[in-house]
Design a protein around this ligand. Structure first.
Ligand code: BES
Ligand code: MN
Ligand code: MN
Length: 454
């Protein structure tokens, strides 16, 4: 039996093993799940061992453990560092799931459950590919280092400490990550660009305490109104961000890249359907693909204040809050964007309120050429695994670790994504298409084998 046949013959086994992984509610943001995080780390370590990796370690950190393992028995062959995350986003709101978030279920060719696409399912693709290579060939034909962290969804707080403390040990010819999406069904994709992310929270304080809106309304400043005015002013009618200097460092897309991106087999009609809104609202003058992958944004992610409970309460609240973020593109500088934004907000807010702007996290964008020979191996592996033509894409999401690794070690970063944009990552009914999960195992196995042939 060859490698692909072997993988095909083990479909039930791949799935039952993945189900075990998915049943562990490894939610990194919620402290009540700390024991589940520990269990998930242990589960990953066990499976890396079973797949034939050595020197497996569950590395304790300030927050959640990360799992490391390696196989270094192919002298003269390439060395790859594979990175993924075993933590998941909180499952809430629970009542919007058709089947429970941590009880995997198959419906209509999809596997449902928190982490199926982001990122346990994709990590599992690699574990199963390694296992298949070991079972068919006996040993791994390349050198591999594997690092699976448990804090990605809360900002990878400890990851960089570990990387810095283990620079020599982690040295590799390329970084491989499966934590992104395919362009569309039937279009295997390699991602060569991601946006960066700056995340903020603002608190606006007006009156020293909540006030009766009849007794004080009309004379006292209302922080909710002022917050709404502020955010209304941060975009113009063409949906451009109004912060002075915001676009100054945005790299202009080359003619060739613009043409290539807009020629991809991508359907606006599908995108509209996935969004499900009566219309779209993007920056004027750019195609949707350009808006999503090559333009920066400023988005409100949450806004609250005052009374939101049952019935009515006539109150002017003392405080109003918002969480918001900017997605950044080359060559915007996260520090500079925070400075510009802070300055602009200070200018826009009236003297009737005070404000506090907190920076939760900052992350640089990433885009890199895909000329290294490994990319050609990856493209061919995807085509073998899926039986379809593979494409090179950029994406709008953020993986700060990829940028850091590329900046610090200058290694090629090969992003083989097996999710789909409509698979509800971070939302209820997250799922992965089974064809992409199985195709992924075949493609990744081909990739690791192919690298040995270079
Ligand atoms: N896997 C995603 C990143 C992603 C999603 C990249 C889709 C490309 C396409 C990752 O787990 C994630 O959710 N990243 C966060 C940022 C992180 C710092 C919390 C994001 O993009 O919002
Ligand atoms: Mn992810
Ligand atoms: Mn995520």
């Amino acid at each position: 039996m060859n490698l692909t046949e072997y993988i095909e013959s083990k479909r039930e086994e791949h799935l039952s093993d993945l189900f075990e992984f998915l049943r562990i509610p490894s939610v990194s943001a919620q402290s009540e799940h700390k024991p589940d995080i520990e269990r998930a780390a242990k589960w990953v370590a066990d499976r890396l061992g079973a797949a034939g990796l050595d020197n497996i370690e569950i590395v304790p950190t300030k927050m959640h453990p990360l799992v490391y393992g390696e196989s270094l028995h192919a002298p003269g062959k390439p060395t790859v560092l594979f990175y993924g995350h075993y933590d998941v986003q909180p499952p809430e709101p629970l009542d919007l799931w058709a089947s429970p978030a941590f009880e995997p279920a198959i419906r209509g060719g999809n596997l449902y459950g928190r982490g199926t696409a982001d990122d346990k399912g994709q990590v599992h693709i690699h574990i199963r590919a390694l296992d298949a290579i070991r079972k068919t060939a006996g040993k791994l034909p390349i050198n591999l280092k594997v690092m699976i962290e448990g804090e990605e969804e809360v900002g990878s707080v400890s990851l960089w400490d570990f990387v810095n403390a283990n620079r020599a040990r982690l040295k590799a010819d390329a970084l491989v990550v499966s934590d992104t999406s395919m362009l569309a069904r039937g279009v295997p994709s390699i991602t060569y660009g991601l946006r960066g992310l700056n995340y903020y929270q603002i608190e606006i304080t007006g009156p020293a305490q909540d006030l009766h809106s009849g007794v004080f309304g009309g004379a006292a400043p209302n922080p909710i109104t002022i917050l709404c005015e502020l955010f209304a002013k941060l975009h113009d009618s063409n949906f451009r961000v109004t912060v002075p200097g915001f676009y100054d460092d945005v790299a202009k897309l080359s003619k060739a890249e613009r043409k290539a991106l807009n020629a991809l087999p991508w359907k606006a009609s599908e995108f509209r359907k996935t969004v499900g809104a009566p219309g779209l609202g993007g920056e004027k003058g750019f195609s949707i693909v350009e808006q999503l992958w090559t333009r920066p944004t400023l988005e409100l992610n949450g806004i609250w204040g005052g009374y939101t409970g049952e019935g009515s309460k006539t109150v002017i609240p003392s405080k109003a809050y918002a969480k918001f973020s900017t997605r950044l593109v080359p060559n915007q500088n996260p520090d500079q964007i925070t400075r510009l934004l802070g300055r602009h907000i200070r200018k826009l807010l009236p003297k009737t309120v005070k404000f506090k702007l907190d920076v939760h996290s900052q992350g640089k964008p990433w885009v890199a050429p895909y000329t290294h020979p490994f990319f050609e191996v990856a493209r061919r592996a995807l085509e073998k695994g899926f039986g379809k033509r593979a494409v090179f894409i950029r994406e709008g999401g953020s993986i700060p670790f990829v940028t850091q690794m590329h900046d610090t070690f200058k290694v090629p970063c090969i992003l083989l994504g097996f999710g789909l944009p409509d698979e509800n990552a971070h939302a209820p009914d997250e799922h992965i298409a089974l064809e992409n999960y199985f195709g992924g195992i075949k493609a990744v196995a081909q990739f690791y084998e192919g690298l040995a042939g270079l």
